[in-house]
Design a protein around this ligand. Structure first.
Ligand code: PRP
Ligand code: URA
Length: 209
């Protein structure tokens, strides 16, 4: 049964508060995307399977448990998802990485695909799709459609900020996907930007506006 987890951790709320400020610098914003992604990843990986491994401490032989990092795959939605992926890779360095390029057409608001490259064994892996913003939900739904068309079924979606409208669309389209959200904001505005939100995540990460 898939879950929706809305993080209420003070560190996440504090860091999102800095990101929302319009005068936060590009560098600080980018670093915070990575940090908040790591904090959300901590919760999103809570149920990952562990395997026993025999090791030697300085004193004795013993059995410890390890995450099978080689069975994971992180899939950032370009562009803004890239810095979330960087944070998660700091915690799970053995994960593989796939990329999905989508942008939201400014007029229709529908996602336009321009790139998709995934590890060849992705269908055997647990997949973490990452994108800072879940606004109308069009990009997340389309990215997960692309994964499912390739036979991938074990999917989690992680974002920093979601609008209720996007969460509902994602849940309706993909009820089997676990969703982890830094904060559920109030609504979308007339241009389908999240309110209060933080503006255009890609532009703020890359300084393109
Ligand atoms: C942003 C964001 C999501 C999408 C969310 O990307 O990073 O991918 O919009 O909006 P939606 O839920 O309404 O689809 P954008 O299309 O601006 O591309 P970018 O990351 O290249 O800036
Ligand atoms: N994409 C963003 O980056 N921000 C929003 O508020 C909506 C879509």
């Amino acid at each position: 049964m898939a879950v929706v987890t809305i993080m209420d951790h003070p560190l996440i709320q504090h860091k999102l508060g800095i990101m929302r400020r319009k005068d936060t610098s590009t560098k600080e914003f980018r670093d915070l995307v990575t940090e908040v992604a790591m904090l959300i990843c901590y919760e999103a990986t809570r149920n990952l399977p562990l395997t026993d491994v025999e090791i030697e401490t300085p004193l004795v032989k013993t059995t410890v448990q390890e995450i099978e990092g080689k069975k994971l795959c992180i899939v950032p939605i370009l562009r803004a998802g890239l810095h979330m992926a960087d944070g998660i890779l700091k915690l799970i360095p053995n994960a593989k990485v796939g990329h999905i390029g989508l942008y939201r057409d400014e007029k229709t608001l529908e996602p336009v695909e321009y790139f998709c490259k995934l590890p060849s064994d992705s269908a055997k892996r647990e997949i973490f799709v990452v994108d800072p913003m879940l606004a109308t939900g069009g990009s997340a739904v389309e990215a997960i459609n692309l994964l499912k068309k390739r036979g991938i079924s074990k999917i989690h979606f992680l974002c920093l900020i979601a609008a209720p409208e996007g969460l509902e669309r994602l849940r309706n389209a993909h009820p089997d996907v676990n969703v982890f959200i830094g904060n559920l904001d109030e609504r979308l505005n007339e241009d389908s930007y999240i309110v209060p939100g933080l503006g255009d995540a890609g532009d703020r990460i890359y300084g393109t506006k």
